[in-house]
Design a binder for this molecule. Structure first.
Ligand SMILES: C[S@@+](CC[C@H](N)C(=O)[O-])C[C@H]1O[C@@H](n2cnc3c(N)ncnc32)[C@H](O)[C@@H]1O
Length: 207
C-alpha cells in the first residue's frame, strides 16, 4: 500500500492541522520549543518533520546538527525553503522511516511527534536506540484513543481523509513496553489536551 501521506498536499496538511477543530500545529510547536529549552541538544533529528512546524524555535540555538526526515517531497522542499537560510546547515531528508538508517550515536535528541502512528514501531524504536548518543533522549507524542472524535478529524481538507484507513494509534503502555525492551528509560510522561479537545501522551525516554 502506498503511503497516503504522499497524496496530501502541504497546503491541505497545514490547513487541516490548524483548523479550529484540530489546532495541533501550535500545540506540537510548543512541545518542541519546551524540549529544546529543557534538553539543549547539540544534535537533533526530527522524524516526520512535515513542513517544518517548530523549526523556528531552533533559530539562534547553535545546534551543531539539525536533521529533519519526512516521506513527502513537497513538505521537505518547503522545509528547505523556509529554514535553509535561518538555520546552520540543516539537513532535510526525504525518506521512508521504515527504510532510512543513521550511524550509531548520531543524535542527542530524536523527536517523534505523531509519527509512530504511521510506521513499524518495533523496527523504528530499535533503530532510534542505535542512533541516540549515550544519555541521549527520545521524545514522543502519541495520539490517544477515545478522544470522542474520529482518529482523523473532519475538516474541509478532503485529502487528509486518506489517513483514516492508515493511521494505527499506538497504546502508550504498549509503547513503553517496546521502549523498555530496547533499554530506553522513561524519564517523563504527561497527558496533554489540544485546544480542540483531543488527548495526547507526551513521553521522554533516555538511553
Ligand atoms: C502528523 S505529521 C507530524 C507532525 C510533526 N511532527 C509536528 O510536530 O508538527 C506526520 C508526518 O509524518 C510523515 N510520515 C508518515 N509516514 C512516514 C514514513 N513512513 N516515513 C517518513 N515520514 C512519514 C508525514 O508525511 C507527515 O509529515
Amino acid at each position: 500500500m502506498e503511503n497516503p501521506w504522499l497524496k496530501i498536499p502541504a497546503e491541505d496538511y497545514e490547513g487541516h492541522m490548524s483548523a479550529p477543530n484540530v489546532q495541533q500545529l501550535q500545540m506540537l510547536g510548543e512541545i518542541f520549543a519546551d524540549l529544546l529549552k529543557e534538553l539543549s541538544p547539540k544534535s537533533i533529528c526530527v522524524l516526520g518533520c512535515a513542513t517544518g512546524n517548530g523549526f523556528e524555535y531552533l533559530i539562534g540555538k547553535n545546534a551543531e546538527r539539525i536533521v529533519g526526515v519526512d516521506i513527502n517531497p513537497e513538505y521537505i522542499s518547503l522545509c528547505k525553503s523556509r529554514f535553509v537560510k535561518s538555520l546552520n546547515g540543516p539537513e532535510f531528508i526525504c525518506a521512508d522511516l521504515n527504510e532510512i538508517d543513521f550511524p550509531e550515536s548520531s543524535f542527542d535528541l530524536v523527536h517523534a511527534a505523531l509519527i509512530f502512528e504511521y510506521v513499524d514501531v518495533e523496527s523504528l524504536m530499535d533503530k532510534i536506540r542505535k542512533w541516540l548518543r549515550p544519555a541521549g533522549n527520545l521524545s514522543v507524542v502519541l495520539q490517544m484513543a477515545g478522544s470522542g472524535d474520529p482518529n482523523v478529524s473532519e475538516t474541509p481538507y478532503h485529502s487528509v481523509k486518506l489517513l483514516s484507513d492508515f493511521i494505527e494509534l499506538v497504546e502508550p503502555e504498549e509503547f513503553k513496553r517496546i521502549a523498555v525492551r530496547n533499554r530506553l528509560v522513561l524519564s517523563n510522561e504527561s497527558e496533554i489536551k489540544s485546544s480542540a479537545g483531543k488527548r495526547f501522551t507526551k513521553m521522554i525516554f533516555k538511553k
